[in-house]
Design a protein around this ligand. Sequence first.
Ligand SMILES: NC(=O)c1ccc[n+]([C@@H]2O[C@H](COP(=O)([O-])OP(=O)(O)OC[C@H]3O[C@@H](n4cnc5c(N)ncnc54)[C@H](O)[C@@H]3O)[C@@H](O)[C@H]2O)c1
Length: 442
Amino acid sequence: MSTRRKFIQQAAIGTAATLVPVPFFAKGSPAKKITVAVMGVRSRGYALATNYAQMPDTEVAYICDVDKEYLEKGLDAVEKLQGKRPKGEKDIRKVLEDKSIDALVIAAPDHWHAPAALLGVQAGKHVYVEKPCAHNPNEGEMLVAAEKKYGRIIQMGNQRRSWSKVVEGINELHAGIIGRVYFAKGWYTNNRASIGFGKEVPVPDKLDWDLWQGPAPRTAYHDNYHPYEWHWFRRWGTGEALNNGTHEIDVIRWGLDVDYPSKVVATGGRYHFRDDWQFPDTMVVNFEFDKGAAASWESRSCNTYPIEGDSRGNIFFGEKGSMVIIGNNYSVYDNSPKPNLIKSVKEERSNATAVSNNTMSPDANLDGVHIKNFLDGIRDGKPVSSPVHEGFKSVLMCQLGNISWMTGRQLHIDPRNGHIMGDPEAMAHWSREYEPGWAPVV
Ligand SMILES: NC(=O)c1ccc[n+]([C@@H]2O[C@H](COP(=O)([O-])OP(=O)(O)OC[C@H]3O[C@@H](n4cnc5c(N)ncnc54)[C@H](O)[C@@H]3O)[C@@H](O)[C@H]2O)c1
């Protein structure tokens, strides 16, 4: 069996994927070029656009950004790599009118993710949407419904689902290498600076603030929103729990082989600085699952002391031992009084760990594997490694963590569908208000 086929099979084993997208090209036909539009290219989108531009038989045909400075930089970088300048456009709705575009890649702020992905599949495009796939639970459910309705791939950008050693480690867990697994841990650390107290200032000439806000209710422009710091405002962002928690909480859910928790409780606060930040910078979210398992995610946005020597990672604990997953590497220990290392599997390259304070692209090669998985899904109709109906279950766990923190109490969850039970105040966070005329529809 070829390595590629084996890899795709391994990747597929790791998910409960059932949706088989319609093959884009007839089986056996030669590889045909896939044309891509990338939305939002200052940081993550720049890394994605330049990565897509280097994929075989792939053309970045549009760059879409509402900020002229980042638009031009993205166009220049992609032109250099592929020898052809993409078209530039600030309004994603105009890009989607172009029938020659096969796929939309979304790396705009979080409040745009689900609305743009919905517009994308409605226009017949396959979608690669950065994590978190949705700003709130209702939007995530809309995406899952749209994936079914429109028969297009919606792949979420939680790239660990395509990393070979992580896939292998999770398969080993499921095969019982440490016996029954009953506890999982994930963590994230960084040394983020304060965002201060923003002031209302004129919108910079280079920026279309109305389009930037898109589906979100309108507000005046402040000097600490764009770029990047929108992550810490609830109107657009989702805090560290979704910004980075999505990665390790997804690995927790995958490793424990569970769909939804039955209890969620979060503690923490904005402790390190006093400023406009509207989420915790220090947070612990605990989950319980009906199968007899629990999990804990610890996050320190402003304190870098590592766990297991690394800024981010996962540990699984079972009857016979433990497994540590860091970057694209995993190690297995027995359960003796001083645990012995019984297996260590490492990515061949030395720089394969994901560095938490590189907020753009911790590892371009590892990003590339996930991008290739998406492109292969489009070409061959093979299930992708992170379809949104799986990705959203993990995003929902992060959203429930934020909702528990905002309401200050433990949430009881229906383990069949992830819904909050008996708590109307918590359920008020299930959706959001939209700017009139912008509410997304399936
Ligand atoms: N998978 C990963 O490892 C990873 C890493 C970093 C970021 N991300 C995700 O990528 C997304 C972007 O994060 P970032 O750090 O690059 O943010 P950023 O603020 O640096 O960049 C966002 C870009 O989107 C543009 N934009 C805003 N509204 C737009 C619109 N309507 N149309 C087109 N462009 C628009 C902005 O002008 C800016 O250029 C986030 O959702 C984040 O969670 C994922």
